[in-house]
Ligand binder design. Sequence first.
Ligand SMILES: Nc1ncnc2c1ncn2[C@@H]1O[C@H](COP(=O)(O)OP(=O)(O)OP(=O)(O)O)[C@@H](O)[C@H]1O
Ligand SMILES: [Mg+2]
Length: 263
Amino acid sequence: MSIYAVCGKGGVGKTAFTAMFTKALLESGKAGKLLVIDADPALGLANALAVRPEKTIGQLRESIIETAREGGDSEKGEIARMLDYLVMESLVETDDFALMAMGRSETLGCYCPVNDILRDAITMLSRKFDTILIDGEAGLEQINRQVLREIDCLVILTDSSARGLQTVGILKEMVGKRDAAPCRKVGVVFNRVRGDEAFLAQAAGKIGIEVFGFVPEDPEVGKYDMAGKSLAELPPGSEAAAAVRGIAEKLSVPECGDARREA
Ligand SMILES: Nc1ncnc2c1ncn2[C@@H]1O[C@H](COP(=O)(O)OP(=O)(O)OP(=O)(O)O)[C@@H](O)[C@H]1O
Ligand SMILES: [Mg+2]
């Protein structure tokens, strides 16, 4: 059992990377039963994988609250007890993997209840799936609030910008401050790289973070995104897809997950 999460600054390519990583895990034959979670309230992963979720967790939660209100009983505890129902109802199964979209609550500006559900859902679903891959929301919130706490492998994605690197530093520091799990891998993946690997590796060294790999700028990714085509279907010659395959190979850490669960 392994849980991977992808986080980083907005717009650096988290969703594109997660979609390519999904494909790479499937191809590796090591993923077993795979669940991908779109944990970005703005969604996007379902599109990048050409999957149509019927209802997000946020929407299901709202309809439960609405029903509870109509019946004169809107206790929050009632909703918490419905976690299993919420989660199973929102899963979309494809031939190769399952997908769950968190979405957001209708309450303006507040993603907290959905993040609370996500935290518990990860624990529950880790018993039902062999591999879980999470496309996190942009920024620091889910790490800061320990929504993504039981992760075997945290991929911090960044572009080559100074601000991207700054976010990597902050995320790494946040993760380092939390109680250490028995086995946790944290590293950076540089995306949209154009031949400046040596400089970027040096920057990662200064931050003190492991480099998981480099994904090159690849016009095919943009073309597929623009046409609304699944990034899991990129041609075998795609340089970005090939680089992600290499990273997935390196990060296959089933023994880490097992160690964590036995502890
Ligand atoms: N390796 C790549 N080569 C070329 N284009 C890329 C690459 N990776 C991502 N992109 C493009 O960058 C843009 C942003 O990617 P994406 O939506 O995956 O970022 P994100 O981090 O998920 O954004 P958000 O924070 O909004 O969720 C998209 O137009 C995507 O096609
Ligand atoms: Mg995204």
